[in-house]
Design a protein around this ligand. Sequence first.
Ligand code: AMP
Length: 173
Amino acid sequence: MKRGAFRVAMSSRANKLGTTPPLVYPMNTPISALLDRKGPVVHSIAPTLSVFDAVAEMNRHRIGAILIVDGERLVGIFTERDVLRRVVGVSLDPRRALVADVMTSNVITIAPESTIEETTTIFTEKRCRHLPVVDHGRLLGLISIGDITRWMGDAHRAEAEHLKNYITGGFPS
Ligand code: AMP
């Protein structure tokens, strides 16, 4: 194919259809769509547990963050970063210290209708990698930066496939 032929092929098809194909995974997708795929499991523990038990629970589930709940109420978040800074970094005894003493109490949360774009912005601006999803005080799930990265990967693959079909005449089906 000559230089520029790809662009010509695309633009002539775009002229014929008068539109470009819509994105399969738009950035305004609500976070609830990711939760539906991920499932409703949220790992949480009580604030009265020791740091040792909190870490054991995180290791058991192979997760990097755990939510701290007092009854139904979300009272904190404890992540592997806290283990580094607030436990190991200051030589705290994990069997004696309570998770309540080393968790972050001012938890930033998102609503299920928050978009992927808004969530990504919060991760960047607040420099954290975990966001509980809360709907009118009810804890629905947890979205990690890894969930967003996976979603982006799927989105890029789907978009590439979509555009390939569009260029080769497979769009709209
Ligand atoms: P992370 O990058 O998620 O491991 O967290 C980095 C720091 O931010 C740790 O001190 C966490 O306790 C805290 N943190 C993580 N997620 C949140 C959140 N949603 N709200 C408030 N603090 C958080």
